[in-house]
Every structure is written in structure tokens, then in C-alpha cells.
Ligand binder design. Structure first.
Ligand code: NAG
Ligand code: NAG
Ligand code: NAG
Length: 363
């Protein structure tokens, strides 16, 4: 009799203890990596272009309409893809933009990304000032010396080796360089295949210089289907069944294949570090199941910036989670959430190779 009463009591006690443990654990849960650094272009920029003299900045409405703080310089209606990945890794705060990063927050990472920036310094210059990847890497050195003075060199080195370094860059080297022959001369110098090689060689050196500063966990993003971006289709037209600009997609796919090979080589050559290639283009089923019905139509009224951004203070579409594209180039928060989820946990080697971001964190 006593036994029978005791048992439920003990069961209940252990369940509540377990729940208490879970709650306590969850309450001060640590992120899966201590810090996260972001390099890239407008797909990752979270405010670095706001004070630059450029057409590629979006610190105005309706950008940020679904972001708690309103317009921040993110090229979306809400959060961007890196915001979601940081959340999935367990960070409580966003990673601050370099332009505003100060104090102890830099120990958790900094976002250096800049709209219209490229692997090559000249990419995007027609739109105005931008922080090229080379300059982003120099800015990172500034942050490292600040971290060194906060923690001392050896603790700083240990910390920097545990962070994830995210690099999503390259599309401006195509549509804000190679495919604008009236302004840039790369297409008269190189075939698409040669250009991809030239870009990857330069990128490889840039990645190695980041490795030399102590980075050990790298996520390198492909440029994906740049020929399916609304503004690109508008400029180059399409008279094909794919409904996209095939020559841009073909050029980009050469870059992505080369990047994947680079990841393999870097993993083989720099054995202390881990590199993974991410190209989180969802498949048709995932797109449909996630409720996207507007695949090519931008949500906001286009005409701002260089002609591809939202018109200032215009009224955007209402059902934003059905749209892939927010403006003429950049994607909606709903899409960014989907692609971040794929990057974080996919097991498909076409989307993440050799592993997803969750696994990269555990390496
Ligand atoms: C191409 O343009 C760059 C500047 O963007 C210039 O430095 C270079 O000399 C040009 N090359 C050729 C072959 O015209
Ligand atoms: C149309 O698609 C085919 C097959 O993908 C390709 O070979 C061709 O170059 C494309 N044409 C244009 C105008 O993009
Ligand atoms: C990796 O090492 C091989 C052999 O030494 C070399 O040929 C190749 O260029 C290296 N690749 C990279 C990306 O470091």
C-alpha cells in the first residue's frame, strides 16, 4: 500500500526535478559556439552601409516592417538568414554590425557584411561606397586587437578558434561586375570559367588570411541561382523555359562547383580547421510546403537604390510570408528562415557539404 503511494510520489518528484533542471538549463543555456563572425554582402548586412555614401542602403521604411526595431539596414522586411542561424545556435542577441560594435559584445562576434561588396575590390563600385571583403578582413583585425587587449593573447586565441566564421559573398562579383560590361571590364578579360577560377583563387587567399588570424570553423556559402532574381530577370530578360537568366545561373554554378572543391582542398590541407560549403536552395516540395506561392514577384514597390530596392515609404504587400522576394534582389524574412533552417540542419550534400552548420558548431 505504502509502496503504491510512494511510487507515484517519486515519479512525480523526479519529473518535477527533471523539469526544474531543464528549465534551469534552458534559462541560462549557452550558445553552441561562443562567438560568430559574419562576412559578406547585402544578404548578411545588418547596418554597416547605413552611414556610407551608397545607393545600396536600406535604413528606411518599408525595410524592417516586421523587425521589432524597424529599419536597421537589413535588406529584408524582417530578419536575415544569419539572424536565424545565430538564433538556432542559441545566441540570445543579434550579432552587432561592425559600424556599431563596442564593449564586451564583440566577444560574441561582429558582423562586417556590406551591401554591394564583393570578393574583388571594384565590385559594386557603381553603386557607391561599400566595405569590400578585403576591407572586412582588415576590420576583423581591428576587432581582434580589441579582443586581445580585453582577454590577453592566449585566451583570445582560444576564443577565436572556437567561433564560427560565416562568409556569404560573390554575387556582386557577378551582377555588379562581370555582367555589367558597360561599367566593368572583367567579361572582356575572362570567360565565365576563367572568371570563376580567378574569383576562387582570390577568395582562397582571403580565407587563408582569416585562418591565419586564428579562425578554425568556416561556413562558405555558394551564390546560388542569381539568374532567378527579379531585377536580374528584368535587366537581362528571359526567353527560356527556365524563367530565369540561364547564362547568369550557369556562371554562378561554375563558381559554386569550384567553391565546393575549394572546401574539400581546405579541409585536406588545413587539418586543424573545418570548412563547409552551404548552398541552401530549397527544393520545390519544401518551397510549396512552406507556403510560398509568389516566387518571382517582389513584395514591395521597386525603384529605390539603383532601381532594385523598395521605394522609400511605399506600402508593401500584405501576405509577406507567401513571397520569396521582398524587393528586386533580396528575400523575405519567411524565406530567410527556411534557408537558415536548411543550412542549419540539412543532411543533403547538395545543400551542405560535408556537413551542416549544427555539425560545424560541434567540430
Ligand atoms: C579594367 O578596369 C580596371 C579598373 O576597374 C583597370 O584597373 C584595368 O586596367 C582595366 N583592364 C583592362 C584590360 O581594361
Ligand atoms: C535556354 O536554355 C537552354 C537549356 O538550358 C540553354 O542551352 C540556352 O542557352 C538557354 N537560352 C537562353 C537565351 O538563355
Ligand atoms: C592544397 O594542397 C595541395 C598539395 O600541396 C595544393 O596543390 C593545393 O593548391 C592546396 N589547396 C589549397 C586550397 O590550399
Amino acid at each position: 500500500m505504502a509502496d503504491k503511494q510512494l511510487k507515484p510520489f517519486w515519479v512525480q518528484l523526479s519529473i518535477s526535478t527533471l523539469m526544474l533542471l531543464l528549465i534551469t538549463k534552458w534559462g541560462n543555456a549557452k550558445p553552441q559556439v561562443p562567438c560568430y563572425f559574419v562576412f559578406g554582402d547585402s544578404f548578411s548586412d545588418n547596418g554597416n552601409n547605413n552611414k556610407l555614401n551608397t545607393l545600396a542602403k536600406v535604413n528606411y521604411r518599408p525595410y524592417g516592417i516586421d523587425f521589432p526595431k524597424g529599419p536597421t539596414g537589413r535588406f529584408s522586411n524582417g530578419r536575415n538568414m544569419q539572424d536565424f542561424i545565430v538564433k538556432y545556435l542559441g545566441f540570445e542577441d543579434y550579432i552587432p554590425p561592425f559600424a556599431k560594435a563596442k564593449g564586451k559584445r564583440i566577444l560574441k562576434g561582429v558582423n562586417y557584411a556590406s551591401g554591394s561588396a564583393g570578393i574583388r575590390d571594384e565590385s559594386g563600385e557603381k553603386l557607391g561606397h561599400r566595405v569590400s571583403l578585403n576591407q572586412q578582413l582588415r576590420n576583423h583585425k581591428t576587432i581582434i586587437s580589441r579582443i586581445n587587449s580585453k582577454l590577453g593573447d592566449s585566451s583570445a586565441k582560444k576564443l577565436l578558434s572556437q567561433c564560427i566564421y560565416s562568409l556569404q559573398i560573390g554575387c556582386n562579383d557577378y551582377f555588379n561586375n562581370y555582367f555589367q560590361p558597360e561599367f566593368y571590364n572583367t567579361s572582356s578579360q575572362y570567360t565565365p570559367k576563367q572568371y570563376a577560377m580567378v574569383l576562387i583563387d582570390q577568395y582562397s587567399e582571403q580565407i587563408k588570411s582569416l585562418y591565419d588570424t586564428g579562425a578554425r570553423k568556416f561556413a562558405l556559402y555558394g551564390v546560388g541561382l542569381i539568374g532567378c532574381i527579379p531585377s536580374v530577370i528584368k535587366v537581362y530578360g528571359t526567353n527560356n523555359e527556365s524563367l530565369c537568366v540561364d547564362r547568369l545561373n550557369i556562371a554562378a554554378s561554375i563558381f559554386d562547383e569550384r567553391l565546393k572543391l575549394l572546401v574539400q582542398q581546405l579541409n585536406a590541407n588545413l587539418t586543424e580547421a573545418k570548412f563547409t560549403f552551404i548552398n541552401p536552395t530549397p527544393n520545390t516540395l519544401e518551397i510549396v510546403l512552406s507556403g510560398f506561392t509568389m516566387l518571382r514577384q517582389p513584395c514591395c514597390k521597386i525603384g529605390g537604390g539603383g532601381g532594385e530596392l523598395c521605394v522609400r515609404n511605399s506600402k508593401p504587400c500584405r501576405f509577406r510570408s507567401r513571397y520569396v522576394f521582398w524587393d528586386g534582389v533580396h528575400t523575405t524574412e519567411a524565406w530567410n528562415r527556411l534557408t537558415a533552417r536548411i543550412a542549419f540542419r540539412t543532411h543533403s550534400p547538395t545543400n551542405a557539404f560535408p556537413f551542416n552548420i549544427r555539425k560545424l558548431a560541434k567540430q
